[in-house]
Design a binder for this molecule. Structure first.
Ligand code: ASP
Length: 323
């Protein structure tokens, strides 16, 4: 039987790192071919094409690079050459890249993002097994039409849900409802179904979108600075169900009066924001003023979504609908 053909796009991250003796810490140094050579027997699963996109740590990822990556992915998925695609990425910002691709690449073929928590100089390098699981997922019929999937530690999570939760653990990537599946003996086993991924058609992204986290007695100087320097949208990680300290609430009124889109999510890390409270600065007041509730989305993902929505030219009502 003909083997599936998978394109692996290497972008950098710990999966590509070794400890540099002079620096005494890990830096990107392995090419895609060198990483792939550590994955024994992968040729029995799929024919692989390596695409060396970049060798960057993921805190260096930029919006320009994301747009370029998306372009390449769309080209690779067009036509019959590839059955699926894997992107290797640093884990620090992996959830943002994966979610950006989830929102902006519409294709039924599997798209999988993988990374590693241990570099290749460390004992127990997990890059090889994660890449192997990523390739197995990308060849699976169960991964079709699922949007972008994130695979580490044998667990398969939806890009729209997953977050890095621990600086060190191999099972750092968690979703509120658990993984959508696992990779067991080279097979993707699905635990649950997912709703169809959201797709926003756009070739551009609004870069002037900020994320602000609230703390006790926070004032509005950061927020006002953002508004006065041309910010088009601000995601606020509010407290609890979506409530704000009084001083920053004043800044939100100012931002809304200037036409800046405000999206409220929670700094709690889990659970929905909602208009449950009616006191000054509460979720109810925010919604009445025109702020948009971001549901249970994490702040970093809400920012990506707002950037994409504004890039697509969506207005306030359409953005509200989207969230
Ligand atoms: N700092 C690394 C990066 O994101 C961490 C990792 O890949 O796990 O590039």
């Amino acid at each position: 039987m003909k083997k599936p053909k998978i394109c692996i796009i290497f972008t950098g991250g710990t999966i590509s790192m070794t400890v540099d003796k002079n620096i005494g810490a890990a830096i990107p140094s392995l090419s895609g071919e060198e990483i792939l050579s550590k994955v024994s027997n992968i040729d029995k699963i799929a024919d692989i094409e390596v695409y060396n996109f970049s060798e960057i740590p993921s805190p260096h990822m930029t919006i320009d690079k994301l747009l370029e990556l998306r372009e390449i992915i769309m080209k690779k998925l067009t036509g019959d050459e590839f059955d699926g695609l894997v992107v290797t990425h640093g884990t620090d910002s992996l959830e943002e890249t994966a979610y950006f691709l989830d929102l902006t690449v519409k294709h039924w073929k599997p798209i999988v993002v993988v990374g590693a928590m241990r570099n290749s100089s460390e004992l127990g390098y997990d890059g090889a097994s994660n890449l192997a699981s990523g390739v197995c997922t990308a060849t699976s019929k169960h991964a079709i039409d699922k949007g972008v999937l994130v695979v580490l530690n044998n667990e398969v999570n939806l890009a729209s849900e997953v977050t890095k939760t621990n600086t060190l653990s191999l099972n750092t990537f968690r979703s509120p409802y658990g993984p959508i599946g696992i990779v067991d003996t080279n097979e993707l086993i699905l635990y649950r179904n997912s709703s169809s991924p959201q797709f926003i058609y756009t070739d551009d992204v609004e870069r002037n979108v900020e994320l602000i986290k609230t703390v006790i007695d926070m004032d509005d100087k950061l927020l006002r600075f953002a508004v006065d320097t041309g910010t088009k949208g601000i995601v606020i990680e509010a407290m609890g169900r979506g409530n704000l300290p009084l001083k920053i609430f004043e800044g939100v009124k100012y931002a809304l009066s200037k036409g800046v889109i405000i999206v409220i999510v929670s700094r709690c890390g889990a659970g929905r924001v909602f208009e449950s409270y009616g006191y000054e600065g509460s979720g109810k007041e925010l919604v009445e003023l025109g702020a948009i509730m971001g549901g249970e989305m994490q702040g970093v993902k809400a920012r990506i979504k707002l950037m994409v929505a504004l890039g697509a030219g969506f207005n306030q009502e359409e953005i509200k609908e989207l969230f």
